[in-house]
Ligand binder design. Structure first.
Ligand code: NAX
Length: 328
């Protein structure tokens, strides 16, 4: 057994965490040889519910779960953490404008960025799931000047997984046959799930499918609006699949992407593919030993260019809004 890893999770009494925490504690994030110390953050009114979740964690008697601490103080929870999953966020309330939502979340992510900056371990890796995820990650990153910018990411692996399944079902293959999928841009309805660089059974996915109309009119909108479709069907937003993607995103980051494949991760742009430097935007990335690299050299045709630019324009607007509000 190696040294236990400290994993912080925020929004711990929420619905994503009701799946996420149990999967982390059972070893699905760090593997069967690593003990985990869970450090859970909630707002004060949700602490009682969180106590109930902790009772359930206890009742699983997970061999790999070394300890669980809960608090409503980010400085306490983030103390010494190696991994931080920022799931908790302020949902959009009735009559709330997008800029109000950015501001409400800005308050949360400035504070959590500062607390991570002051208390997290030197090797911390941070993933933001709570929406608007890309811009929340941007805010946290700007408020943590001592943490290298490449340690911040936002989740687009759920969109990636949705795209894998849509493509696999269309081509009547199983999901592992679909590789090199990319989600570009924002985790929002403007995201661009890209089949033109993906492969099915090692061949170009768009060519294998051979149906441009399906790609434009079915595939892209189905993936981009899947979250809304789940709410419509289930009456509440994606939870187990979001937990699954949060685990997969972080596991791949720590353990590496398989040879010959990549994942989608929203990370700080270095200007690649014309995405303005500094935005947290989703790219195709490979990972190794806890580091990521944006896949280079993909040719972007006019169709893909337009889609990427539209999503990046939205991210630029979000950045401008949070800059005006003094959050970054
Ligand atoms: P819930 O509303 O069930 O849970 C959120 C929890 O966060 C609540 O228990 C709340 O008390 C807590 N919270 C609020 N402010 C907090 C703070 N300052 N510190 C700590 N905890 C705080 O939402 P849930 O369904 O779990 O979703 C969580 C977030 O994930 C939402 O923002 C949601 O929009 C986002 N999602 C992101 C996805 C992605 O792919 N990036 C997909 C799924 C999901 O929609």
């Amino acid at each position: 057994m190696t040294t236990p890893v400290k994993v912080a999770v925020t929004g711990a009494a929420g619905q994503i965490c009701y799946s996420l925490l149990f999967r982390i504690a059972s070893g699905q994030l760090l593997g069967p040889d690593t003990k985990v110390q869970l450090r859970l953050l909630e707002i004060t009114p949700a602490l009682k519910a969180l106590e109930g979740v902790v009772m359930e964690l206890d009742d699983c008697a997970f061999p790999l779960l070394d300890s669980v601490e809960i608090s409503d103080d980010a400085n306490t929870v983030f103390d010494g953490v190696n991994v931080a999953m920022l799931v908790g966020a302020r949902p959009r309330g009735k009559g709330m404008e997008r800029s109000d939502l950015l501001e409400a979340n800005g308050q949360i992510f400035t504070g959590q960025g500062k607390a991570l900056n002051d208390h997290a371990a030197d090797d911390v890796r941070i993933t933001v799931t709570g929406n608007p995820a890309n811009t929340n990650a941007l805010i946290a990153m700007h408020n943590a000047p001592d943490i290298p910018t490449e340690r911040f990411s936002a989740l687009t692996r759920l969109d990636h997984n949705r795209a894998l399944t849509q493509a696999a079902q269309k081509a009547s293959v199983s999901t592992p046959e679909v590789t090199k999928m990319t989600i570009w841009g924002n985790h929002s309805a403007t995201q661009y799930p890209d089949l033109f660089h993906a492969e099915i059974g090692g061949r170009n996915a768009a060519e294998v499918i051979g149906d441009q109309a399906w790609i434009e009119n079915d595939f892209i909108p189905t993936v981009a609006q899947r979250g809304a479709a789940i709410i419509e069907a289930r009456g509440s937003s994606s939870a187990a699949s979001a937990a699954n993607a949060t685990i997969e995103h972080t596991r791949l980051w720590l353990q590496g992407t398989p040879e010959g494949d990549w994942t989608s991760m929203a990370v700080r742009s270095d200007g690649s593919y014309g995405v303005p430097e500094g935005l947290i935007s989703s790219f195709p990335v490979t990972t190794k030993d806890g580091d990521w690299e944006i896949v280079q050299g993909l040719e972007i045709d006019e169709f893909s260019r337009g889609r990427i630019d539209a999503s990046v324009a939205e991210l630029t607007e979000e950045r401008d809004t949070v800059t005006e509000k003094g959050l970054i």
